[in-house]
Design a protein around this ligand. Structure first.
Ligand code: ATP
Ligand code: MG
Length: 566
């Protein structure tokens, strides 16, 4: 492609609203443009890299046995009402009416449409299992669209769905998709981890998120420093055997703690370690209140809390509610003498605290020498806290470390939830009606593109990995007005194309400095510069990856480039 004929509107300045590198560089290099908050156009170069990611996704999906289809973005509300998501998805689901005032949603995901479709078309066990997928635009009215392609309101997703007669068949599909995802992100050149995303099934094999390791990631991954264990910290189970001290239990004592409210303040004031503190938080759990205890240096994980209490909603009680129920300010809440109707539950670590301290449910007062089960009752001890760095890995191997990650993919065993709601039934081998079992598997294709740029760039621009790059070679004629350079550059341009090496030819009448800066910014793997030595048949070959450069004779050019791109 001749650069003069395509559209690559590069920018010198970093766009003011672009906080992260991938956003800045994709805009500056002329790959994308924003048209509304979280809504982007893919310009010719952006479209090329997007298609390259899609190509990898397609190849690996087909290899896993999935067939491609395309479902509508415009979806009648009826299906969404049948699954209840019309009501639970809230404002994230984009809604609109047609001229007859019928309600529609713009597809945020396709479980509803695909389940109803396959349920209608597949009537017999003989057609199962069935794996289908699509690559399509999704719409979500995100609360905070940001970071360019990472969190858009209109974005490209690959979504796959599998349909089965039984769990075993679903397990098999899950394994195949897991492998396909690993292949896809490896081929994209990404440094990623598959992380457990559900503690419901301990050691949870029922949902994994694929996370690209990156400082700007919104998720925190807890991983083992020795094994391949990795989990989203939201879910990571804590397996610690806490030691009970053999210290004698002392008499309970109320002390003044004037103005000291936080665990740290009270710990310092009393001169006792944080680990001996009992942090007490009043939560509103659906319609009731629960007092939740943890060790002073631990944090309650509300997802674990929600699972432990089989609740749909948990949130901290307000200051007002706390005052009404416990007659004290938040900083002095504690588990001793709480009203009967408030359940008290605690994280395992609390059970071994000896002579600890906690709020006294009186303003500016705390208790010391507190001993659980002697001084207050706990209805159950459970795993309720966030895992911490240095904790033992839940698989028993090594210690936990943290890393930040960008979620690029998510695989999930749905079971029969959607099939039941939408009546996806088939005739089984015994001729009886049965409900299908399903899995779903998403990849943020446009998000993956941004994640690649996050991992492949330097101060001057992008450094595209070989399978993703829009073109392999950037051919630059330093001075197109120079006859020798012009002729040689044209000849090389032709030769590269004949040898199926994709090439972007900078034939623009721009200053060399501009061409080189644009070339670094755009980031193709190999740069061939036709300059002063053109008369002798020599050109310069430079690698974007590491800046290595050498002079090459035209006669050896093709072989050299082929070996570089292997
Ligand atoms: P997140 O927690 O980041 O909001 P999600 O759990 O809502 O993601 P899924 O519903 O599992 O995401 O969607 C499948 C994939 O689609 C995600 O793994 C992610 O890669 C991508 N994705 C989700 N939301 C967006 C978005 N707003 N912009 C770009 N990609 C997205
Ligand atoms: Mg989301």
């Amino acid at each position: 492609m001749r650069q003069s004929q395509t559209l690559i509107p590069t920018l010198k300045e970093t766009p003011a609203d672009a906080e992260i590198k991938s956003h800045q560089l994709l805009v500056r290099a002329g790959f994308i443009r924003q048209t509304a908050s979280g809504v982007y156009s893919f310009l010719p170069m952006g479209n090329k890299v997007l298609k390259n990611v899609e190509k990898i996704v397609r190849e690996e999906m087909e290899k896993a046995g999935a067939v491609e289809m395309l479902m509508p973005a415009l979806q009648l509300s009826d299906l969404w009402k049948e699954t209840g998501r019309w009501y639970t998805m809230g404002p994230e689901l984009m809604r609109l009416n047609d001229r007859h005032e019928r309600e529609f949603a713009l597809g945020a995901t396709h479980e509803e449409v695909v389940t109803s479709l396959i349920g209608d078309e597949v009537k017999s066990y003989k057609k199962l299992p069935l794996y289908v997928y699509q690559i399509q635009t999704k719409f979500r009215d995100e609360k905070r669209p940001r970071f360019g392609l990472l969190r858009g309101r209109e974005f490209i997703m690959k979504d796959a769905y599998t349909f089965h007669t039984d769990q075993e068949s679903l397990d098999e599909a899950y394994q195949k998709m897991y492998q396909a995802y690993s292949n896809i992100f490896t081929r994209c050149g990404l440094n990623f981890r598959a992380v457990i995303a559900d503690s419901g099934a301990m050691g949870g094999k029922d949902t994994h998120e694929f996370m690209v390791l990156s400082e700007i990631g919104e998720d925190t991954i807890a991983y083992s420093d020795t094994s391949d264990f990795a989990a989203n910290i939201e879910m990571a189970p804590v397996h610690v055997t806490y030691e009970q001290s053999d210290e004698a239990a002392l008499d309970l004592e109320m002390v003044d703690t004037p103005g000291y409210k936080t665990m740290v303040e009270v710990s310092e004031f009393l001169g006792l370690p944080l680990e001996q503190g009992i942090k007490s938080l009043l939560f509103k759990v659906d319609e009731r209140f629960v007092l939740v205890l943890s060790r002073g240096d631990h944090e309650i994980n509300d997802i674990k809390l929600k699972n432990a209490l089989a609740a749909t909603n948990v949130e901290l009680a307000s200051e007002h509610e706390t005052k009404q129920l416990l007659n004290t300010e938040v900083g002095s809440v504690g588990p001793i003498d709480v009203p009967e109707d408030i359940e008290v539950i605690a994280d395992h670590a609390v059970s071994v605290i000896r002579n600890g301290y906690c709020g006294a449910n009186k303003n500016d007062k705390h208790y010391r020498n507190v001993n659980p089960d002697r001084d207050f009752k706990v209805s159950s001890y459970q795993d309720l806290r966030f895992i911490q760095e240095g904790d033992p890995s839940p698989d028993g191997q090594g210690k936990i470390k943290f890393a930040k990650g960008i979620e690029v993919g998510h695989i999930f065993k749905l079971g029969q939830f959607y099939a039941e709601k939408l009546g996806a039934q088939y005739l089984n081998e015994q001729g009886k009606q049965a409900t299908m079992t399903m899995g779903c598997y998403g990849i943020g294709v446009s998000r993956t593109l941004a994640a690649i740029v996050e991992q492949y760039h330097d101060d001057n621009g992008i450094k595209w990995p070989k399978e993703i790059t829009p073109y392999h070679v950037h051919l630059i004629a330093v001075n197109p007005k120079n006859q020798e350079q012009q002729v040689l550059a044209e000849k090389i341009y032709e030769q590269l194309q004949e040898n199926n090496i994709s090439v972007l030819f900078d034939d623009r009448k721009e200053r060399p400095g501009v061409k080189f800066a644009d070339s670094d910014l755009i980031g193709l793997p190999v740069r061939i510069t036709v300059g002063k030595k053109a008369a002798e048949g020599y050109v310069e070959c430079k690698l974007r990856e590491n800046g290595e450069q050498e002079d090459l004779h035209v006669s050896e050019l093709i072989d050299k480039i082929n070996s570089l791109l292997k």
